[in-house]
Design a protein around this ligand. Structure first.
Ligand code: ZN
Ligand code: ZN
Length: 366
């Protein structure tokens, strides 16, 4: 088993340190992945800041792509050299929720997440013989990581690693919100609130689903321009959003509103902007103990509200489909990469993400 250079979080609120970790042992159902690219997502930031509880020390990183380096004895769907995008939602396939086609609620997945080891409770990484945890069963901010077979999803060899990495979390969540959760219909008036990586992906999901108009909402003018490059027909400040949706819909409001800003004002706007009987999909989040207030009237009139964590992801189907969409020019990913950085620059990368300066910074491994 190789050793790996990794960014290790030892204390919440403190910078990650670049260290060498020991990788292994490989269980029969595991895959050893040589990570080639891993992007910086807000959920990692939550772990760094302590808002998301994760056992420490840990290697974060859950939006990553690489190549299969070694497989466990029981793995038969992958081989060395396969190009893979990592999924952070391994699931047992046998619990109540798995049987109800809701793998994101898998009991094993949720129960084992805070301990940040695999489902068997055993570590796959160590440093000076002390176990190191893996955020979301992955730990992509390392040269190598060991993941369950189901978390390594093969994509075409032509798919560049840096763009492939984006598919694993933000793009899947945003595109899936439009195509899997909202089930947008041809010609619908859609609104996407918040134009970070998830929101920009939701805009593209609305394009792929055949929306008739897509209103992107963000206070940041640079993000609004980007949203229009990626397919938004209108890009407006939050204060203008409701009026624009009304003009486009004979005063009804948007058929579908996808919230990807993660602020109380965004959640409120989503309900005010959707038409009676319309669909609201919430992707953003605030602190789990935080309360958010709504005008009761905005909740009335048969509106359907869904909170989704992964856009209804079916990674084995969706990741190859998203990769093909990119390779055929139907999904734009190049525009979402703000910077390619070495692992050593990861802390500055997260500071820039927090300041809202970047959509996605991608750590590149040799
Ligand atoms: Zn399950
Ligand atoms: Zn993420």
């Amino acid at each position: 088993m190789p050793s790996a250079k990794a960014a290790v979080l030892r204390q919440t609120g403190a910078p990650m340190t670049i260290e060498t970790v020991d990788v292994g042992p490989l269980a029969p159902g595991d895959v050893l992945v040589r990570v080639r690219a891993a992007s910086l997502c807000h959920t990692d930031l939550e772990a760094i800041e302590g808002a998301l509880a994760v056992a420490l020390p840990a290697v974060l990183g859950h939006e990553a792509a690489g190549e299969v380096f070694e497989i466990g004895a029981a793995v038969n769907g992958l081989k060395r050299g396969d190009r893979v995008v990592l999924s952070w939602n391994p699931h047992c396939g046998a619990c109540f929720y798995c049987e109800h086609a809701q793998p994101i609620l898998c009991r094993q997945f949720l129960a084992n997440a805070p301990a940040a080891f695999h489902f068997d409770g055993k570590p796959r990484l160590s440093c000076d013989a002390v176990a190191v945890h893996q955020l979301m069963y992955l730990g992509g901010f390392a040269e190598y990581c060991i993941v369950p077979e189901a978390s390594a999803v093969r994509v075409p060899d032509a798919m560049p690693f840096d763009r492939a990495a984006l598919l694993g979390c933000g793009v899947m969540t945003g595109v899936g919100a439009a195509t899997r959760i909202a089930a947008l219909r041809w010609g619908d008036v859609a609104m996407v609130i918040g134009c970070g990586a998830v929101g920009l992906s939701a805009v593209q999901g609305c394009v792929l689903a055949g929306a008739g108009a897509i209103v992107a909402v963000d206070p940041n003018p640079v993000r609004r321009v980007l949203a229009q490059q990626l397919g938004a027909t209108h890009a407006v400040e939050p204060g203008e959003a409701i009026d624009v949706a009304r003009v486009l819909s004979q005063d009804r409001g948007a058929d579908v509103v996808i919230e990807a800003a993660g602020v109380p004002a965004g959640f409120r706007l989503s309900l005010e902007a959707v038409r009676p009987g319309g669909q609201v999909v919430w992707l953003g989040k605030v602190g789990v103990q935080q309360e958010v207030a709504f005008r009761w009237g905005s909740l009335m009139q048969e509106k359907r509200i869904t909170r989704s964590s992964y856009g209804g992801a079916r990674p084995q189907q969706d990741f190859p489909m998203l990769a093909r969409a990119y390779l055929e020019g139907r999904l734009k990913l190049d525009e979402m990469i703000s910077a390619r950085i070495p692992l050593e620059a990861i802390n500055e990368g997260f500071a820039a993400l927090k300041r809202g300066e970047t959509v996605r910074s991608v750590v590149m491994f040799a």
